[in-house]
Design a protein around this ligand. Structure first.
Ligand SMILES: Nc1ncnc2c1ncn2[C@@H]1O[C@H](COP(=O)(O)OP(=O)(O)OP(=O)(O)O)[C@@H](O)[C@H]1O
Ligand SMILES: [Mg+2]
Length: 384
């Protein structure tokens, strides 16, 4: 007995002008034991009405009908946007017609001489169609969840940048402002004549600490929302490289195609964050590195930023680490401005290359990243 993939009687729409053939089909189905309900129609109009009713699981159609063919019925069904498995059941239709039918998308065909196979063919056609629909559903779900994930990533980036800007502003207004006021007061006291030497010594230490705190709050502000970006990408990347060299002792050389590279603010921010993340990665993951080369170019209408180190390189697995989001986040950011990220690695080190075609990137300057909606799925990784 055929296994019914639907777990309920199969609802069959039978398009056939011969009552005898219809009876033969019913007989063959009964003998097979396939649970079914079957309805007979013999005109194209009746077929069109029934097939759109949503009451059927499959169509079984004769090929030669009075005034039309099984393929006309198929075309009508496609026209009506009904997606049902469709099996042609006919006397000899010839190989060319059979190939044509399958080519157009008909599920299968059975020769009337071979009518005992009909239940099996029905069962298989339904199974194939169910699998295809399940795959289409899964593909649609996957595409939707990818879209939502990209949206979430964009939202997170925007929130992070906004938060950074807010914190930087608060440090500037509250902490920076208060520290500057205290400094003025202390300096005023320090200028008093005949100050007790003990008091003066404490005053000097306090001023020193204050200077340190002011420096620290400025440094934190720079990291949160680098005003250096206002001086252009080249200056900002050089500033990043210089700070990195000072902190880590790793030599950084910056090469650029021009002293001033003007790109829209969103692209500038993506490039800056890319250089920042790549440098942080060198200090975290490439302890043997002694040299970092940063190449910045806007030749041929494409902004490229390449950060290469001479550390030990990285493996393909490294890029799939569950809790590593740095490079992944950069890929999302790059895609948002119409660019992509390449990561290449060898025993001689790692290179992170950001490329952003500049035509078509809007020159508007949103306050935060992510406000520029350029979708591009050219993001890719490459392992060499
Ligand atoms: N310059 C590099 N040299 C060697 N390995 C690297 C380098 N950059 C990244 N990696 C490897 O690639 C992994 C992924 O880097 P990624 O920046 O995405 O994440 P992370 O630095 O581990 O964490 P996060 O950036 O989220 O704080 C790292 O964990 C590291 O193993
Ligand atoms: Mg990282």
């Amino acid at each position: 007995m055929p296994e019914n993939p639907l777990n309920r009687p199969v609802r069959i729409l039978h398009l056939e002008d011969s009552r005898v053939d219809h009876a033969l089909v019913k007989f063959a189905l009964q003998r097979s034991g396939l649970q079914h309900d079957i309805l007979l129609v013999d005109t194209l109009d009746d077929f069109g009405r029934e097939v759109t009713s949503g009451r059927y699981d499959i169509v079984l159609a004769d090929y030669h009908l009075p005034g039309f063919s099984g393929l006309d019925a198929w075309d009508r069904m496609v026209e009506l946007r009904v997606d049902l498995p469709f099996v042609i059941l006919s006397g000899a239709i010839g190989e060319a017609a059979a190939v044509e039918a399958i080519h157009r998308g008909v599920s299968d065909y059975v020769l009337k001489d071979n009518i005992s196979r009909v239940a099996h063919v029905i069962e298989r056609a339904i199974e194939v169609s169910e699998t295809r629909r399940a795959k289409a559903r899964a593909d649609a779900d996957l595409a939707e969840s990818r879209r939502r994930l990209a949206e979430l990533a964009e939202h997170l980036q925007t929130s992070i940048e906004q938060e950074r800007a807010d914190i930087a502003r608060e440090i500037h207004d509250d902490i920076g402002g208060s520290l500057a006021a205290v400094k003025l007061d202390l300096a005023w006291i320090a200028r008093r004549p005949a100050l007790d030497p003990d008091v003066r010594q404490h005053m000097d230490t306090a001023l020193e600490m204050l200077q340190h705190a002011l420096g620290a709050s400025q440094r934190i502000m720079m990291n949160l929302r680098p005003p250096i970006l206002d001086q252009g990408l080249v200056a900002a990347v050089q500033w990043l490289g210089g700070g990195f060299e000072k902190r880590t002792g790793v030599r950084v050389s910056v090469r650029r195609s021009a002293d001033q590279i003007d790109v829209p603010r969103p692209v500038q921010l993506v490039a800056y964050r890319c250089a920042q993340e790549a440098l942080t990665n060198v200090s975290k993951h490439a302890p043997q590195a002694t040299q970092v080369d940063i190449d910045l170019s806007d030749r041929e209408g494409v902004l490229t930023l390449e950060v290469s180190d001479n550390g030990q390189g990285l493996s393909a697995e490294a890029l799939r680490k569950a809790k590593s989001f740095g490079l992944l986040g950069l890929q999302e950011r790059a895609a948002k401005v119409g660019g992509w990220l390449d990561i290449s690695s060898s025993a001689r080190g790692t290179s992170v290359i950001l490329s952003v075609p500049l035509d078509g990137v809007t020159a508007t300057e949103p306050e935060t990243e992510g406000a520029n909606h350029h979708n591009n799925d050219r993001t890719r990784d490459s392992q060499q």
